[in-house]
Ligand binder design. Structure first.
Ligand SMILES: O=C(O)CCC(=O)C(=O)O
Length: 269
């Protein structure tokens, strides 16, 4: 659901997505200089931060978990500075118990983004290698053929407990309202089923920083691949933004109502 096209919610929406606490969180996550109070020790060197867009997930009772996937499968970008802030609007638990009154949280394969950030993104060869490491989208025609080995490495009993430390190397967190779980887009994640008659609402906000670049996927044309791989183009910097969210997903940007708040692709710092 595109929230920023809901003009009634625009003021609150703009305040939220550009909130200083979220920007400090991203700076700290990406390793830019901040002190304990969250203030940059080199204020002139604050990293640029761009807002990519949001996604709302609403699961009614007895909803199935989201299959294992990475967000890099759906967004043709790579680099160190890409993050999803996952915000659950009700408490969530690691365990998936039938009689629980809480929905299940999001699960991660710990460290699964590491291979993706390993190649040298300063070279065409490194960027080409990165672009080959992308699994198919969980939402696209191939339904994310991703790591079936994750599920094979834990038993049904372990799955219900959301157990960490199994061979599946799962990391997940019990969350309270107000918590944010932040992760690199290349981290495998999924899960989040709901027991009968329990609802689960979550919001995902996505951002990129200076160390981000366009990275072609298998569906891009040879010309597009060559352009992005050869030039290390930042999605939003330079004379023309290289990425626009709505057209990318088949919508028409021109048909959107005028929006005076924060829009997709805006620089928020
Ligand atoms: O909340 C969920 O169930 C899925 C979230 C997710 O996959 C994401 O934010 O990328």
């Amino acid at each position: 659901m595109n929230l920023n096209l809901n003009l009634k919610a625009q003021e609150e929406y703009s305040k939220l997505v550009a909130h200083p606490a979220l920007l400090r969180l991203l700076e700290s996550l990406w390793g830019y200089n901040t002190n304990k109070a969250g203030i940059s020790s080199q204020p002139n060197k604050k990293p640029s931060i761009y807002y990519v867009g949001e996604q709302l997930f609403m699961k009614e009772g007895d909803a199935a978990p989201v299959t294992w996937h990475t967000d890099t499968a759906d967004l043709p970008m790579a680099g160190l500075d890409v993050a999803t802030l996952w915000i659950p609007l009700e408490p969530t638990t690691r365990a998936l118990q039938e009689d629980s009154s809480f929905p299940q949280t999001l699960e991660f394969v710990k460290g699964s983004h590491r291979n993706f950030i390993q190649p040298d993104d300063g070279t065409v060869e490194g960027r080409t290698e990165i672009s080959h490491m992308v699994y198919d989208s969980a939402y696209g025609p191939n339904r994310g053929l991703a790591p079936l080995e994750v599920e094979a490495a834990r038993s049904d009993k372990e799955r219900m407990r959301g157990t960490q430390g199994t061979a599946a190397n799962i990391l997940s967190f019990d969350t309270q309202v107000g918590d944010i779980v932040a992760f690199h887009w290349a981290t495998f994640h999924g899960g989040g089923a709901t027991p009968v008659s329990v609802r689960r609402r979550t919001m995902a906000l996505r951002y990129v920083g200076p160390r981000c670049f366009m990275s072609p996927r298998s569906t891009h044309s040879p010309e597009q691949r060559e352009k992005w791989l050869k030039s290390k183009i930042h999605p939003y910097e330079g004379p023309e933004p290289a990425f626009q969210l709505i057209p990318y997903f088949g919508g028409d940007e021109k048909e959107s109502p005028a929006n005076s708040g924060v829009a997709y692709g805006d620089r928020v710092q």
